[in-house]
Design a protein. Sequence first.
Length: 372
Amino acid sequence: PCTAVNFLCLAGHEPWSNECGCGCKPVEQTDAPIMACPQLVKLCPDGSTVKADPKNNCKIPACPCDIPKDWTVISNTTCDTIRFLCKVGFEPWSNECGCGCKPVPTTDAPVMVCPQLVKLCPDGSTVKADPTNNCKIPACPCDIPKDWTVISNTTCDTIRFLCKVDFEPWSNECGCGCKPVEQTDAPIMVCPQLVKLCPDGSTVKADPKNNCKIPACPCDIPKDWTVISNTTCDTIRFLCKVGFEPWSNECGCGCKPTETTTGAPSMVADAPMVCPQLVKLCPDGSTVKADPTNNCKIPACPCDIPKDWTVVSNTTCDVIRFLCKVGFEPWSNECGCGCKPVPTTDAPVMVCPQLVKLCPDGSTVKADPKNN
């Protein structure tokens, strides 16, 4: 790879290097072979970059130095070979300009100073030297977990492969293979009613991390709607005058204009019950409405549970927790709750080992799994 070699170009040529490879290209004039520099860019502390100098044996020039007045300088040249401590209230600094101590709000322990803080990885990411580990620079991402299988480290862009049940493909700069499908070992809170339809057409979901509470819908009441209550709509009855009809949702309840009217207001005793939650979304996509003639109870959704789904409970899903065996995942709806098979694919999956490529102009392009 071009990042690991040095090479010379003949007179009349100069080196080039980018994502496509490296080599030599013609130049107008040259009087000596030129060294090709595999690492062209270095990140400076101020965010700027400097390039290796092919005319100076690939040495990387120093970054611009602008040391604040309240920073002390211990060395400008030997920072990669020395260790030092800063007094209380100061912490070490280190960059291309040298190293020393700078003020901090508080500090209570000496810190190891690492002279080279950033390393550029092949995928464009960076890793920093670890001051807690004798300033060692961690390896770039290529640490494959023990339970991941490796099919190839080099030919992932030309092969296809299948993973067995309970495994899924992985692919990155380190290679490609199969890894276990994530399974949870902790009890899962199953929320029996996952979706609520809001008046504006949006939906909110029950929060399994908050004891399955359903968040409130956004409230935006039109100016020509009157509000009778924002809190007690599930316990009151009220009448609307001629030309108005009742409304009720998560924002409250009251009266809104209607195009037609059936006559004068009814007696209070005959007034319809106003149901604050009018619509519930069923698992099959249908909806059921609260029944104002039955104390605003919401009818149950139609139940049609597939044969390969197991039922843990039909009634207590909002108060229990349960686990599903490997290859199954929990389900919950108005019909109950239980476990269902995790979907699997029977078709080969194209795995792209290099998902992101850094272009010479600094932009990135991704491998297209749909285009080989």
